[in-house]
Design a protein around this ligand. Sequence first.
Ligand code: N7H
Length: 482
Amino acid sequence: PLDPANVQGDILVGLPKKVQHYLFFQIDDDVAAFRKRLHLLIPFITNTTQAQDDRAKIAAHKKAAVEQGKNYEFLQLSGVNIAFSQFGLTKLGITDDMGDTAFTDGQQKDSKNLGDAGAPGADGEFVPNWIDAFKGQIHGVVLISGNCDLTVTATQATVLSIFNVGARITLHEVITLKGVVRPERGHEHFGFRDGISQPAVKDFDTKPNPGQETVRQGVILCGREGDVDANEESEKPFNRPACALDGSFLALRYLFQLVPEFNNFLKASSDPTKGLTADLLGARLVGRWKSGAPVDVFPLADNPAAGEDVLQNNNFRYDFPNDFETQDRCPFAAHTRKTNPRNDLEGPKIGVPTENRRIIRRGIPFGPEVTPEEATSGKTLHGRGLIFAAYCGSITNSFQFIQKSWANKVEFPPKEHVNPGFDPIIGQNKDGPNGVGPRSMVGANPSDQSATLSLPVEWVVPKGGEYFFSPSISVLRDTFAL
Ligand code: N7H
């Protein structure tokens, strides 16, 4: 059986965080020295049991604060996890094939496939429009989370001092991305509640919420039951080396969001006199109201109480009568429907399982709130967005497939008389100059469902990323460290 104390805490539970740093690093040429220092880091790594305890402590603290009528302050705490790219494995001399082509090739090679903008470089190879830090080789990432910037910065200094004692440098920082939750807790920069729909993991999340589906452990953890190729009807198990067991792949994306532009578009494209308010249009593009309430259940008006209620906010399957054929309740191309189509695929009409396409999302927003100047001009002046982080037992099954074959595919989800169009939030059309083509969708307007809505080429702009592997604690100790 699974030993939670052997699995890094961010995967199944999530490191509790108000602030999180992602320290992307390169390993110095003295690999043996790095591996010895890695050994010293292991006691600092937050495992799943510890992350659960931290969450329980926070909950008790919050309850006590409420009972005493005090302001609730997040407990002072901090967490650390570590993950490695294929470049990192190679540097460490780990020659095992992890059995995931996207991971092996790295995300920069995959960027064209994902639909990122870019152009051929001097050698003819596609170069995405990313920041330079992500165009070089990144060997790994240390995730450092905590209650505030001070705590996280202090923990980061501790981590760096383990690797770089005195004059002996074993780890070089490439870039640190600093995530911080928004003042509107739990909501991302477009204003929508995020992190609601996650799969429950069998024999671990034993009390799923209504509508929350349970997946086999191998959908998230390598080497466990269900770690199988979703493209093979026979459920062919992936070929994993011993060091993959109880680790998870981490798809990380540095995604900028054009918030004033998004808000302006909603205003300009709404038609309040015909019932299509900017709020309703936004909800139909996402699949949820800003509160989190799903439009499939609440198609006409928001229900903020339901939006925050875990017993109600994920209890839907796009299986109301006529849901399969009409967009009365939710557009086929809505972000949540594109990225987890539920009954569109699993229902009787098509009958294809989606279990192996599921991911666990653990991202955090970055950047400041929209300034009055930006709101007035409708133009982004300060970088902000989402450090998107998804765990999965297979990148090719899930993260890569969701972006490429669902969000970017106008024919998805399959419907008889209509192509739904692009996922308006993350869909990318690479067929255009510099890998950017026009986007559109249908069904945005409930009273004119076949009308095509032209969308800006992008509201979510990828500026970097990498695929990582987050090993189990015992594998970190016995295989990665010295
Ligand atoms: Fe998405 N958003 O704020 O609009 N996402 N997402 N996502 N996303 C979800 O149900 C958002 C991105 C998924 O099970 C919600 O938790 C933004 C990528 C999946 O019903 C909201 C960005 C990928 C789900 C957002 C972004 C996904 C999901 C609803 C980028 C994968 C669960 C809250 C800046 C390739 C669907 C919730 C389900 C939900 C937003 C990126 C995937 C509000 C702003 C790149 C699988």
